[in-house]
Write a protein that binds this ligand. Structure first.
Ligand code: FE2
Length: 393
């Protein structure tokens, strides 16, 4: 039985297809925009897709174009671009890129509307810390054209790094959800295989952590299972990765998986990845492949003691045949993830990602403070983390 739940999954308008970008300018969300802020990072900003977006928005408008949005998203850049609103009067934000660019757009909209410094809006383990409940300006409409599998286009969260404090924090506000998402499979084609495959593990992590989240519910389970199967179909055939059909599957699945984050959140795996990004400078997408098998096994071993339900749902999503006790299935799920990781040929250990053993204590400190642990299905203690990171090292 599905049980009781309340859900707002996939609330954005989503347009999918190879020519969707060309119709952006006439979409109702942008039809009255005279000066959209158009964002991209270095690589995407130099590409053909961004040129098309800028060209279509330039007709009858004066877009403010930024081509050097940093990755990860940075609080100083957010505040600088938010301050520009009061000089240049942006009336919409169009973000073309991965999670960092999309998160930058969300944070700019939040600071323009609510004021204050961006970190004053951080959501911590203790809950949200809104600097102000009042609103000094309207929330600008956000249009997202994702070029990676971060899923940021489909959720109301943003991850921001404070370069001065060497820390990362999250923003969580329903108004951060992009009103329009444009999915064009060609947007993925410019990425190196390694980045795309790492990003695929990120999307798969959103599915698995959604299934075992303490906030999981039946509709989210169904969405996570479907998305995970699409992602596994690509990881099982990595040689075909760049074919349009495969890219389309990845884009659809990552948007479905990204929407889960706003509703059922994530867990231990993401807490560790956030720490690796903040403290060790590892890219979020790259961190996923090395951490996911071990974080998932840790959680599923604990869940196996409570009963087979969550373990069985993850097994079904990853096409791991149900056989033996839940504990055995938990181990075979980790082996399945290991096999997909080996097939993808991405860095499989923390040391391969450039993490030094001397950094692990600090990674544990950061992980234990991460709000993603609020919805992790198992309590996590320092010795557990030490053992997990040693296995992943
Ligand atoms: Fe993620």
């Amino acid at each position: 039985m599905p049980g009781h739940f309340r859900s707002h999954l996939l609330r954005s308008e989503i347009i999918s297809g190879g020519t969707a970008v060309d119709g952006l300018a006439s979409h109702p969300l942008l039809a009255r925009s005279a000066r959209p802020l158009v964002l991209a990072g270095h690589t995407v900003g130099a590409g053909a897709l961004f040129t098309r977006v800028c060209a279509t928005l330039a007709v009858g408008r004066e877009p403010v174009v930024v081509r050097d949005v940093p990755s990860p998203a940075r609080s100083d850049v957010v505040e600088q671009l938010a301050a520009g609103y009061f000089v240049r009067s942006y009336d919409a934000i169009v973000a073309v890129g991965g999670g960092s660019t999309l998160d930058t757009a969300k944070a700019i909209a939040l600071v323009i509307a609510r004021g204050g410094r961006v970190e004053e809006h951080a959501h911590t383990r203790a809950g949200p810390q809104f600097a102000s409940a009042s609103q000094r300006a309207p929330f600008l409409p956000i249009v997202a054209v994702p070029t990676t599998l971060s899923g940021s286009e489909a959720n109301a969260n943003a991850s921001i790094r404070d370069p001065a404090m060497l820390r990362r924090f999250s923003l969580v506000d329903p108004a951060l959800l992009p009103g329009l998402v444009v999915l064009d499979p060609a947007a993925l084609a410019s990425h190196r295989r390694e980045i795309l495959l790492g990003s695929t593990f990120n999307a798969l992590a959103h599915c698995i952590e959604g299934i075992y989240s303490t906030r999981h519910h039946a509709l989210a389970d169904a969405q996570a299972e479907t998305a995970a199967r699409l992602l596994c179909s690509v990881l099982d055939d990595p040689a075909s990765l760049m074919q349009p059909d495969m890219l389309g599957r990845l884009q659809l699945a990552s948007t479905m998986a990204g929407a889960l984050i706003s509703e059922v959140y994530v867990g231990l795996h993401h807490a560790i990845c956030h720490a690796l990004v903040s403290h060790c400078g590892v890219q979020h997408a790259a961190a996923n492949g090395a951490v996911l098998p071990w974080a998932v096994e840790f959680n599923l071993r604990t869940l196996a003691h409570a009963g087979p339900d969550r373990v069985a749902t993850v097994a079904r999503a990853l096409d791991v045949p149900p056989r033996g006790a839940a504990m055995d299935t938990a181990i075979r799920i980790r082996e399945r993830l290991d096999a997909m990781q080996r097939g993808a040929g991405i860095p499989a250990t923390l040391s391969a990602l450039g993490v030094a053993r001397a950094q692990l204590d600090a990674v544990i400190d950061y992980t234990l403070q991460d709000r993603a642990l609020n919805t992790n299905p198992a309590p996590v203690q320092r010795p557990d983390l030490g053992a997990l990171l040693t296995r992943a090292f």
